[in-house]
Design a protein around this ligand. Structure first.
Ligand SMILES: C[S@@+](CC[C@H](N)C(=O)[O-])C[C@H]1O[C@@H](n2cnc3c(N)ncnc32)[C@H](O)[C@@H]1O
Length: 270
């Protein structure tokens, strides 16, 4: 199994990610980022750390029959299996962002990395690989969530989990400093590096599956959770889910769960 680090070894994680998280949580930012970059017919598009491939898939929707040059790369072949089932025409490749599996001299007009950079152990190598993959005059976008200390909903849920697990460094929100992201891209040789903070309201009609997945991620990322046997981890997830009900209630209205979420979006040119 090659699952993302926060998947708590759950084989069903990629399907759950696609079913419950992609449309409400990831798709709106993919649409916004590609709008921002401006896709043109014939653009070659690379989606790095593509997961189940929402950026590449939105690019395919936008480019239609001109979208034959779209590549999605992820380290998890299990995430890619879902991507491949949903969008078989896209070229999905298993590989590491620090050593992209590209053909000789293969380059792209648009390179996007949406919520992947925070997980790369060697960010300098990944930024250099992005630079090498971007054609002259091409457009880059890298998005990383702001720190969860700035996102009250996630901070509140983390605090409930920390009552059981001790301090948790949530990798998903571990690269929230825009200045560090900008410096990384400048250091890799990109031109016109610019970043901005973007916030929007995220809505889930049913907050329950989201809460369970988020709790699994928190338990899976914590030092205490990593040391537990599977059965104990599952029990702790149930306890935290149940204790999180008041926090969830606070962010719920008649139409479901709604909370503010913020990302950095850094753009640059090749
Ligand atoms: C939060 S998901 C984001 C997926 C997708 N970009 C989206 O917007 O839905 C992070 C992804 O990064 C991938 N990932 C983590 N480390 C990686 C690495 N070193 N190289 C390539 N992909 C990596 C994980 O497998 C996971 O699919």
């Amino acid at each position: 199994m090659t699952l993302p680090s926060y998947a708590m070894n759950q084989a069903a994680f990629p399907e759950m990610y696609e079913r419950w998280l992609v449309r409400p949580l990831f798709r709106p930012w993919a649409e916004m980022t590609l709008e921002d970059l401006g896709l043109s017919s014939g653009d070659r598009v690379l989606d790095i750390a593509c997961g189940t491939g929402i950026v590449a898939r939105v690019a395919e929707e936008r480019l239609g029959d001109a979208g034959y040059n779209i590549v999605g790369i992820d380290i998890s072949s299990d995430m890619l299996a879902v991507a491949r089932a949903v969008a078989p025409r896209i070229d999905w490749r298993t590989g590491n962002a620090s050593a992209l599996p590209l053909r000789d001299a293969e380059q792209f007009d648009v390179v996007v990395c949406q919520q992947g950079m925070q997980f790369f152990p060697d960010k300098t190598a990944a930024a250099a690989q992005m630079r090498g993959a971007l054609a002259k005059g091409g457009r880059l976008a890298v998005a990383t969530w702001r720190s969860d200390n700035e996102i009250p909903f996630f901070r509140d849920l983390r605090r409930v989990a920390e009552r059981h697990l001790g301090a948790i460094i949530d990798q998903r929100y571990s690269f929230g400093d825009a200045a560090v992201l900008e410096a990384l891209l400048r250091g890799a040789g990109f031109d016109g590096v610019h970043s901005r903070k973007i916030s929007r309201t995220i809505r889930f009609t049913d907050g329950a599956p989201f809460l369970r997945l988020n709790t699994m991620a928190l338990v899976g990322m914590s030092a205490a959770g990593k040391a537990m046997a599977d059965e104990e981890r599952k029990r702790i997830v149930e306890e935290i889910v149940s204790e999180s009900a008041p926090a969830l209630q606070q962010y719920s209205d008649g139409s479901g769960l709604a909370f503010e979420l913020s990302t950095n979006l850094a753009t640059a040119r090749g």
